[in-house]
Write a protein of this length. Sequence first.
Length: 349
Amino acid sequence: MDSSILANLTDAAILFFFLGLFVGAVRSNLEIPAPVAKFLSLYLLMALGFKGGQALSSAGITDDAVKVILIGLLLALVIPALGFAVLRSRINPFDAAAISATYGSVSAVTFIAATQFVADRGDAAGGYLTVALVLMESPAIIMAVLLATWTRARVQADAPSPTGAVTAAVGGVQAVGPAAPVEPTSMPMKAILHEAFTDGAHLLLIGSLVIGAVSGPTGGETMAPFVDGIFKGLLAFFLLEMGLLVARQLREVRDVGPFLVGFGIVMPLVGATLAMTLGTLAGLSVGDKTVLAVLAASASYIVVPAVVRYAIPEARPSRYFTMSLAVTFPFNIVVGIPLYYAVAGWLTT
């Protein structure tokens, strides 16, 4: 395990992530232009989806593919429910719902780093893991809506009669005043789900997956210089940008607190343990178990937070966004991926 962590820490792409952290920490004026950062993100999603589709085209829908997809969907429902059960007694229930939904979803960048990590070691994961990545977004979004609806119903049920006084805690600030009907300002569920399922990044990933599967070997040969030749270099460039972003977001950790920082480290380990256990029972390979554990351990900082801002407007972005990006993402990139790989290897021998 130590050798895996050391190898990961000296990987060129990961070193660029640390460079970004350092540059951001010293408040340098280095900045990746927003259009360039957006292009890098879209490129990685396109390349990832296409390579996943190619793998599916060559291997087909195997028993392992079905097992991985079913396990992924189960984890996407269990993890947010478990997280909410732990958090609701410690923090504002709206924050608890938002954080739980965020951790029930996945991080595409962490997934990309993990697939590259196992491939470099000769344990490449199956292309069906990309399908699991896509499908695990949806249950987390649905859970976000359901948890928010349940929380609002509880707030309304606990509210005193109109003639009394009410004490409300929103965003951690208490206010006492005349009771008033609770009027959620969130968008309707239909609108939220429409935004989630038509998100551009989500559709690009799905479309690239389909194109990779349909185009077959000929498409793979044509696209190889684009999706393989420059992939590692552009991943390194993107991780540099992520390091800069994490360094800026670390300044918001003071609004998170020690308990939530601990949650941002322990919850990934819990999710990875569940995935590793189910993956071992299903007889998955080392690469598949590692990447499945990464999916269960990661937290979304793009798609789900974008939906949560409408689904749960009462929650504080400085909490759920900072936890996923500034705590869980670097933990998984630096320690989590090699740790999960080492455990998967140990369980497989």
